[in-house]
Design a binder for this molecule. Structure first.
Ligand SMILES: NC(=O)c1ccc[n+]([C@@H]2O[C@H](COP(=O)([O-])OP(=O)(O)OC[C@H]3O[C@@H](n4cnc5c(N)ncnc54)[C@H](OP(=O)(O)O)[C@@H]3O)[C@@H](O)[C@H]2O)c1
Length: 269
């Protein structure tokens, strides 16, 4: 490693680097609600922002998976709790709002993807998809966003998809919802950024999680998708840790309304 030039301000000590990183990225004192935080990308985000200091409230349907996820977070010293709820059900969404308490960081990550050829999608498929992937993030934003703005600080992170910006086969209703989530992000950012609430969308590549198991089961599909990423591999949940900590904290105070592609170069390839 080259020697640091003398005019650079002197030697960095072991104490100053962590202090600086703490100042930039610490989430101590913040409380975060992470939907879909019992699995995949959502769990990795919950672990990352929890280990960066935030208290975590997980939301998903299955109580057993939630309990295991809370236990994994506690093993890392994270203060964590959970609410079991179906975000496709508006009464359940209201129950989450009432039970969650004060939230500084909202991560709208829970999602479903009904994979059928466009012409075979039913009205029920469409409504179920929009309810979980778009209406729940909208309703949670409507509840927590104004409260964050009134306190003068907040972060909302919405999970988009390649389909926020381009077509991807056999999930047309999901694509419509994920395109809309990027628009919702911009509207929320416009509404609340002046009051310290930054709102951004994370756009994943193809990530190996339970959600993509149907695609992973198609012979050759995993390899073909890996080749489409510039980094020549598919994503894993841990790839989202750094981006989530950045977007959840003070370091992203001048970043709002944006789509952050955490996709190994998939979109631009
Ligand atoms: N994996 C990818 O390649 C990829 C690519 C682009 C975008 N994304 C997006 O990233 C997000 C996370 O996906 P993932 O791949 O990490 O999925 P995952 O591993 O399947 O996890 C989905 C999570 O959402 C919860 N969930 C699903 N439906 C729910 C409902 N109706 N109410 C409450 N919770 C619900 C699940 O728990 P329960 O089943 O117990 O409810 C689980 O915790 C989604 O928004 C997805 O669209 C993923």
């Amino acid at each position: 490693m080259p020697a640091r030039p003398p005019e650079s301000g002197g030697l960095l000590t072991c104490a100053t680097v962590p202090d600086y990183l703490h100042e930039l990225f610490s989430l101590h004192g913040r409380r975060a609600l992470v939907t879909g935080g019992s699995s995949g990308i959502g769990h990795a985000i919950a672990e990352a922002i929890g280990r960066a200091g935030a208290e975590i409230v997980l939301v998903a349907r299955r109580p057993g998976e939630l309990d295991q996820a809370v236990a994994r977070l506690r093993e890392h010293g994270v203060t964590a709790s959970r609410i079991s709820a179906d975000l496709g059900d508006r009464d359940d969404v209201q129950r989450v709002c009432a039970a969650a308490g004060e939230i500084d960081i909202l991560v709208n990550n829970a999602g479903n993807n009904i994979r059928k050829p466009m012409a075979e999608l039913t009205v029920d498929d469409y409504e179920r998809t929009l309810a979980v992937n778009l209406t729940a993030p909208y309703l949670l934003g409507q509840h927590f966003g104004p409260k964050m703005a009134a306190r003068g600080w907040g972060r909302i992170i919405n999970l988009g998809s390649q389909q926020s910006v381009s077509a991807f086969g056999d999930s047309g209703a999901y694509g419509a919802a994920k395109a809309a989530i990027a628009g919702l992000t911009r509207s929320q950012a416009e509404a609340w950024s002046a009051d310290g609430v930054c709102v951004n969308t994370i756009i994943p590549g193809f990530v190996l999680t339970p959600l993509t198991e149907p695609a992973q089961a198609i012979p050759g599909r995993v390899e073909a998708l890996a080749a489409r990423h510039m980094v020549r591999r598919n994503g894993v949940p841990a790839d989202f840790a750094g981006a989530a900590v950045f977007l959840a904290g003070d370091a992203s105070a001048f970043v709002t309304g944006q789509m952050l592609f955490v996709d190994g170069g998939f979109f631009v390839h």
